[in-house]
Design a protein around this ligand. Structure first.
Ligand code: UGA
Length: 449
């Protein structure tokens, strides 16, 4: 099928490449010329495992292998010229919905602009499919506008659940596909077009749910709010564990064995960041307020503040370990990305902690395998060192804040030969305290004795 993807950020590029992998002829459009130039030479403008290989593979016209979809490769091109979307049957809108400056609500200007400008190129029977995370009610409003301009085009809300770091696999093998389509005489034919687009994942066992617009929009924000709540729950337990002398990792293992609870997303530590969970729970609260249902989501305020407290606690713990002051101390921060296998530093807990320690007089050195360029743009005043050994040299304390494999696999004996003082703070509860302590380190973590 001929498909267009409007917006080539983390979501759009992955979606475009994966749709081509599923056998479709895809054009990706973005206003950012630098991004499009990179994509035209098969280079992703950000780090995402497997994506560069996928882009190169498709643009070289190879047939499917390795991705395990069983579908033949389609074609993929990128342009800044929106007119090129004309002729596609389905148009995916994948632009960002960041938090509005100084407010909790989502900034919908890119979504509104994408729908308004795409309308000029839609033909009767085309589908325009929203994938961006939006406040409930947005799809209904956009559908009304669309009906006025192109009455025979159809709007679908099809939220995306991919995780950065696993984006290619999550898109090729989603656990569920949600189609938000109004319950009218066009519902079945519209759903059939989506079934054709997603034929390979559906054949591979992905669940398919057809809902109305508001339910589809809410599925996305509810899922992210649940995940954020789960993380903040275990982090609240970590606070209690610290007060009571208990170990939150053992607690998580034990409660996670109850399959009604489950062990996933119960990793206590520095908490959640990134371009999704923090801004999505805030936008959700703002929208609930507009709908007169703010009481339903007041608990999310607590989820947010538990999460933010973790960063403050990490700084306090580091200061405590450094004998009460950062002055004259070299603090090595391992990790800048908001999570491993990503170069995304949006609302990165690691960088937030690094910046606070620097403000309090610490001589901070930040290292990360992928995210230093982005980190430098956001926090230009921090010192960055790409080489792990150099970053560790002369450290008075080492803070593991993003759990990249390079850091979780550090050898305590070898690391001890590089640093000035053997102090390690495990912000993600991923190291074995026994081996580090046995090698003479002071080991501290959030929620562990
Ligand atoms: C999240 C959701 O997981 C995706 O399903 C969703 O599609 C995406 O947002 C989105 O809205 O686009 P993502 O932001 O890529 O995906 O990252 P997650 O894997 O959810 O991690 C978010 C944060 O939580 C990270 O900072 C991570 O370190 C932290 N986390 C995660 C914990 O602190 N503890 C855990 O147990 C799990």
């Amino acid at each position: 099928m001929k498909i267009s993807v409007i917006g080539c950020g983390y979501l759009g590029v992955v979606h475009a490449a994966c749709m081509a992998r599923l056998g479709h002829d895809v054009v990706g459009v973005d206003v950012d010329e630098r991004k499009i130039a990179a994509l035209q030479s098969a280079a992703a403008p950000f780090y995402e495992p497997g994506l560069n290989e996928l882009l190169a593979d498709i643009q070289a016209g190879c047939t499917a292998h390795g991705a395990g979809t069983g579908a033949g490769a389609g074609s993929l091109r990128f342009t800044t010229d929106l007119e090129q979307i004309a002729g596609a049957r389905a148009h995916f809108v994948c632009v960002g919905t960041p938090q509005r400056k100084g407010e909790n609500a989502a900034d919908l200007r890119y979504v509104d602009a994408a729908f308004a400008s795409a309308a000029a190129y839609l033909a009767p029977g085309d589908l325009i499919i929203g994938k961006s995370t939006v406040p409930v009610g947005t799809a209904g409003r956009l559908a009304e506008d669309l009906h006025r301009t192109v009455p025979e085009a159809r709007l679908v809300w099809n939220p995306e659940f991919l995780r950065e770091g696993h984006a290619v696999t999550d898109t090729l093998h989603p656990d569920r596909l949600v189609y938000g389509i109004p319950d009218d005489e066009h519902r079945e034919t519209t759903a059939a077009v989506l079934d054709e687009i997603y034929a390979a994942p559906l054949a591979g066992g992905s669940a398919r749910l057809v809902t109305d617009y508001p339910t589809a929009e809410l599925v996305k924000t509810a899922a992210n709010s649940f995940l954020a709540t789960k993380i903040s729950f275990i982090n609240a337990m970590a606070e209690l564990c610290e007060a009571a002398g208990a170990d939150v990792t053992e607690l998580a293992d034990a409660i996670g064995l109850d399959d009604r609870i489950g062990r996933k997303f119960l990793n206590a530590g520095l908490g959640f960041g990134g371009g999704c969970l923090p801004k999505d729970i805030r936008a959700f609260m703002a929208r609930a307020g507009e709908l007169g249902a703010d009481q339903a989501l007041t608990f999310l305020r607590e989820v947010d503040s538990i999460n933010m407290r973790r960063r403050i606690r990490m700084v306090e713990l580091a200061r405590e370990v450094c004998d009460g002051s950062f002055l004259g101390k070299t603090i090595t921060v391992l990790g800048a990305a908001f999570k491993p296998e990503s170069d995304d530093v949006r609302d990165s807990p690691a960088l937030n902690v690094a910046a606070q320690i620097q403000l309090q007089g610490g001589n901070v050195v930040v290292t990360d395998p992928q995210a230093l360029t982005n980190a430098e743009q956001r926090y230009p005043d921090l010192r960055y060192e790409p080489d792990l050994q150099f970053a560790l040299a002369g450290a008075d304390a080492v803070l593991l804040l993003t759990e990249w494999g390079d850091y979780t696999g550090l050898d305590p004996e070898k690391t001890a030969t590089l640093v000035r003082a053997r102090r390690i703070l495990d912000g993600r509860n991923v190291l074995d305290p026994t081996t580090w302590r046995a090698a003479g380190w002071t080991y501290r973590a959030l929620g562990r004795p």
